[in-house]
Design a protein around this ligand. Sequence first.
Ligand code: IVH
Length: 676
Amino acid sequence: MMAGIAQHISAKAQTLRDRINRHDRLYYVEARPVISDEEYDALFRELQDLEKRHPELVTPDSPTQRVGGEPAREFTTVPHRLPMLSLANANSEEEIREFDRRVRSLPGSGAPVYTCEMKFDGVSLSLRYEDSVLAAALTRGDGSRGDDITANARTIRSIPLRLPPGLVPGDGCEVRGEVLMTGKDFGAMNDERREAGLKLFVNPRNATAGTLKLQDPKLVAARPLQFFAYTLLTTESADKKGSHGANLSLLKKLGFRVDDHARSCSSIDEIVSHWREWEGRRETLPFDADGIVVKVDSLAMQKRLGAVARNPRWAIACKFRPRSGRTVLEDISLQVGRMGTVTPVARLEPVFLGGTTITRASLYNADYIAKLDIRIGDTVTVERGGDVIPKVTSAVPPSGRKRSKRFRFPKFCPECSEPLVRPEGEVQSYCENNSCPAQIRGRIEHWASRGAMDIAGLGSANVDRLVEEGLLRDVADIYSLAGRRKRLLELDRWGEKSVDNLLGGIDESREKPFRNVLFALGIRHAGAGVAALLVDAYGSIEGLMRASRDELEQIDQVGPRIAESITSFFALAANRSLVDRLRKAGLNLAESAAEKKKNGIFSGRTFVVTGALSGRSRQEVKTLIENLGGRVASAISAKVDVLVAGTDPGSKLGKARALGVEIWDEGTFNSKITTS
Ligand code: IVH
């Protein structure tokens, strides 16, 4: 009788484990969940309860056991069964063709078929399965021996703890691949760390390496690691007829993620164009890749080609051009922004990085230059990540020449010669002269920019010119240019067509809604998001100009800093008369309720809100999203654009990650509505 119950319960536990494993796989590997988060949570809890009541039923491969055990003091080093080799690099088309020639020179190679995969820029990991159960996970180490980080690897949900039976010949296998973080997950994690005042990671690869070395698996479990498999080693030599391509399919069947971009190529021309294509498109990948890996597809041929030194002769890494490089810092100049912020900019000897020539990079502020001890004439490292402005990240003295003196931050504005001011406790310096030509140009450029008044034909070159000619002194002057057509036509190289284009663009901008006008005014701390909130609250510029600081602070998301900035902007007579002139120019300085909805910053996007929020209730957040033109849904699906996740977000978070939905924590949500 007892045995009967036990058997029944143990069968029940096994069914639950199988179901959860299946849903994990659908969720984390295939990104197509089929049950709701609530249903998944219920299954998980049921298994947890059952295992609590019957601890003897807990198996090491149970999904409840991903995070278990005590933090390790240090990792033990374990020999690899087969060495983990590294790949030889090809940096040019010629080197890729040379690789193909070497492969073909092998007698009997015929016309080789190759598989091309992304070269993941992560951390390699080897997983040993014994009798289908994950037995050990080793880092690459020195290639012969690696660290045993099994407890950490178990927390990665795209690593199966048990493989489905009957698919791999023999009684065990080894799966090698790369652990990485997607750019999106990395960004979200760093945002959270910034909020929490923690140190930021430099890039996804460093974050992954640092995470895998943590001694406490619980901490690892909280980091968004993923595993992509690229090699299957079986104990049996099923390799005679086998191919790498077939192994990739098998890995997929075993429940691993493999590169979706893998492709079979039978000519080297095809490979070269694949490499070129992906070099240009690398930014569109969800993860960092630093090249493509080309592998001979036939396993028998791989074996015959063997390895030299530590590189196999059957594979090669075709590298993408690097996004960081070294060059000489020729000079440091200062850039004055529209608010008077002074930013030092590096003038560089041209360097070709990731497809473009770089001649300038940001140096942020005086402290940054001092901290890295960057001096003119130094050899500097320049980095270009994603879409950000290139930055100088380190400097070394020039060889064979005397190093120049430390950079002294100028005391006067390079544009108007007024003294620069660096307020107590701030890293930035400012030019406080409102009529500084650089600030005038900056304000006009901001006015004309996309997201503000969006005036085609009024880019920075034209703004410079018109300010220099005395035709523009402030943004209201833009609307009197039509009356000065003749003068414009007298300007060098300005024909009828370009003048008409410019005047047409200016005319169209009169139709822009009030929120754009308010944002375009460039009031400090009033980004597009705050402008939208103010328009929602006041509806017209008159109302806003009358508002006191206290009243403004009543608006959700508007604090003392923003309120102060707005009241002091409108307190200045010059700004009030600017508003008058803009009104006379026919600009929209009010917005109706219906217009408000249509123009909202979240218009056209769908949101889901989950977890506990500290600043306001979930319902308040939903109302706010709707007021800003967004749609609110209740469940994660491919149609959802953004998940706003508070603490304890439950399984919606994982589901959103799996589907690549953008994830905002409360801090990010707040910053979107205030600064975007
Ligand atoms: S195959 C003989 N495939 O590149 C090595 N490696 O220098 C067989 N890597 O340590 C490795 N993406 O960490 C292979 N699709 C891919 C890869 C890949 C990244 C890494 C791997 C290895 C290094 C080789």
